[in-house]
Design a protein around this ligand. Structure first.
Ligand code: PRP
Length: 212
């Protein structure tokens, strides 16, 4: 790992729709976000005033950077933490990025496979889906998709999907409906375990500010 200033706290943040809510929360907490919100392609954003450095990442990669200590803190949706186990501490729920993990499908169709075959489930969350349907005793065939999962039931690829629903607009516009809720999702702050011990005097005030 490249050497870094020991006084700098590195925060891994997700690019995408949660970033605006996150910067609002940081501002509310009195943490300026000019470096974070600057219109730039830079993936490392250093804020000299606060001593914070932000890494802009795909949401799924945030816990990896925190687990390995490349970042001290991270902001990530609970969906990412449900899908894979990471050795990180999750001390603060930010109550932003709120949505639901749901089973969705065509209206008025039972959650069942066709004929003798198991239920086909298209999803970005195979582990979550597998656990959910196993607990229900429903045999499934999992079909991993990276995105636009709603296409699964529309094209005959799958019977249902397991996906995140925020406003429900994507479902509506594609003729699908929510069928069963698996979990409520929100964004949480995660911390590298060693960093939390070794740099607590710098990290704790950030956690307290974010906790509001
Ligand atoms: C997410 C999710 C749904 C959509 C739900 O996809 O997978 O498709 O948002 O939001 P809504 O209920 O407000 O319509 P995202 O936009 O992240 O893109 P993706 O399909 O490429 O994953």
């Amino acid at each position: 790992m490249p050497r870094r200033n020991k006084d700098t706290i590195v925060i891994a943040v997700p690019k995408g729709r949660v970033l605006k809510q996150l910067s609002d929360r940081l501002e509310q907490a009195g943490i300026p976000t000019d470096a974070l919100t600057a219109n730039s392609r830079k993936l490392v954003r250093e804020d000299k005033e606060t001593g914070l450095s932000y890494l802009l990442l795909k949401p799924d990669d945030v816990p990896t950077y925190v687990e390995y200590g490349a970042a001290d803190l991270g902001i990530v949706g609970r969906d990412v933490l449900m899908e894979r186990n990471y050795d990180v501490f999750a001390p603060v729920d930010l109550d932003i990025g709120k949505c639901q993990m749901m089973v969705c499908g065509r209206p008025k169709e039972p959650i069942a496979g066709k004929g003798q075959r198991p239920l086909r489930v298209a999803t970005k969350f195979p582990h979550v889906a597998e656990q959910y349907f196993r607990a229900k005793g429903t045999p499934v065939e999992l079909i991993f998709c990276q995105g636009s999962v709603e296409l699964g039931p529309l094209t005959g690829l799958a019977d249902v999907i397991v996906d995140l629903v925020e406003t429900g607009e994507t479902l509506r516009q594609n003729g699908l409906v929510p069928l069963e809720k698996i979990a409520d999702i929100s964004s949480v702050v995660i911390a590298n375990r060693a960093a939390l011990k070794l740099r607590r005097s710098k990290i704790q005030p950030i956690l307290d500010a974010l906790r509001g």
